[in-house]
Write a protein that binds this ligand. Structure first.
Ligand SMILES: [Ca+2]
Ligand SMILES: [Ca+2]
Length: 308
C-alpha cells in the first residue's frame, strides 16, 4: 500500500444493492491447481472471505468446463451471486491470470442460468432471472478472458445472495473525510467496509496525519434504532498487514440530530462489537479521536463496519 496524495474528497454518496449474504457451509471443485511455494488454490479459497486467496482450476488449458459447487446449510431462496473473478492479490496478478467471462449456474432442480461477467477488477453482482430455491449451486466456467501470463482461470471470492433482510442496517450511502487513492493493491472505497471481505477496506488519505480527526459516515435512508457497532479495526485478513497499518483506539459517534457518544475501540485484528445506548438516527458518523500507529504505513484503515 503506497502513500498517495489525494485532493480533498469531502463527501461521496453511492447506492448499494440491497441483498444479504448467505453463509456457505462447504465448497467443492472439479479440479484444483497444485500448490506452489506453499500457496494453495483449493476450492475453499473462493469462500474464505479474503481477496488475497483464490481457487484456480487445475485442468489443461484455460479450464473451460471446470466448476465450483457452493453448498448452503439448507434450502435457501437465492437471488444471485457476487463474484470477484480472477486473481485479486494485486492488479498485476489480476491481469496475468484468466478471468471467468461466461458462467453456467446450475441449481438443485437441474435448471441452469448463464451469467456474464465484465472484464473489470470489480466485485460483480450477477443476479438470477428469478429467485431460486436451492441448497447448492454449481458454477461452471464456459468462457474466459485470457490472462497475459498464466492460462489458468481463477476466482478469488464468491458470495451467495438472498433477498432476505440483512442482520444489520444496510447502508444506503457513505461519506468520508478523505480516502487513500487506488494503487497496485486495489481501492480503498468505503463500500469495502460492508462487503463481508476481510482484506478489503476503507483507508483515510490524509498526507501527513495518522488518521486522528478523520471520519466515515454511514446513512441508512430512513430513521432506524441503532445500539451497536461491529467492526474490524485496521487491515483485516492478514496479521502482518494489520500490524503495518494504523488502527483506531478511540472514536466519537455523531448521530443525525447532532448528539454524540464516545467509544473505546479495541486495538485488535478480529471482529469486535461495541454496544452503546440505543439511538434513533438516519446516519452515524464515526470520527477517530485516537490512533495507534502501524509499523510501516501511516494510514488508518477499517476493513468491516456494521451498525445494528
Ligand atoms: Ca478468497
Ligand atoms: Ca471489507
Amino acid at each position: 500500500m503506497k502513500r498517495t496524495a489525494l485532493l480533498a474528497i469531502l463527501a461521496v454518496l453511492s447506492t448499494v444493492a440491497l441483498a444479504s449474504r448467505v453463509d456457505v457451509e462447504r465448497v467443492e471443485a472439479s479440479s484444483v491447481y497444485p500448490p506452489e511455494q506453499g500457496i494453495r488454490y483449493d476450492a475453499k479459497m473462493a469462500t474464505d472471505g479474503k481477496l488475497a486467496t483464490a481457487w484456480i482450476e487445475g485442468e489443461e488449458g484455460s479450464g473451460l468446463g471446470s466448476w465450483l459447487k457452493l453448498h448452503a446449510a439448507g434450502e435457501t431462496e437465492l437471488t444471485g451471486v457476487r463474484i470477484w473473478g480472477g486473481l485479486w492479490s494485486s492488479y498485476d496478478f489480476w491481469t496475468r491470470a484468466n478471468r471467468p467471462k461466461t458462467l453456467e449456474v446450475k441449481f438443485d432442480d437441474g435448471s441452469t442460468e448463464t451469467l456474464t461477467l465484465q472484464d473489470k477488477m470489480e466485485a460483480q453482482n450477477l443476479m438470477f432471472s428469478k429467485p431460486r430455491k436451492t441448497t447448492s449451486i454449481r458454477i461452471k466456467i464456459k468462457e474466459v478472458y485470457s490472462g497475459n501470463t498464466w492460462f489458468d482461470t481463477a476466482i478469488s471470492e464468491v458470495q451467495l445472495l438472498s433477498a432476505a433482510p440483512a442482520d444489520h442496517h444496510e447502508p444506503t450511502g457513505f461519506a468520508f473525510s478523505s480516502k487513500l487513492a487506488d494503487d497496485g493493491d486495489g481501492n480503498y472505497k468505503p463500500e469495502n467496509m460492508t462487503d463481508g471481505v476481510l482484506d478489503s477496506m476503507w483507508c483515510e488519505g490524509s498526507d501527513e496525519g495518522d488518521g486522528t480527526g478523520e471520519w466515515v459516515e454511514v446513512s441508512f435512508g430512513s430513521t432506524v434504532p441503532v445500539k451497536s457497532l461491529s467492526m474490524i479495526n485496521g487491515v483485516g485478513g492478514n496479521l502482518k498487514a494489520w500490524m503495518n497499518s494504523n488502527r483506531a483506539t478511540k472514536g466519537r459517534l455523531t448521530f443525525s440530530d447532532g448528539s454524540t457518544h464516545d467509544i473505546d475501540i479495541k486495538n485488535g485484528a478480529t471482529l469486535q462489537e461495541i454496544p452503546f445506548p440505543e439511538k434513533k438516527t438516519s446516519s452515524v458518523r464515526l470520527t477517530f479521536t485516537e490512533v495507534y500507529k502501524g509499523k510501516e504505513y501511516n494510514d488508518l484503515c477499517v476493513s468491516e463496519l456494521y451498525f445494528r
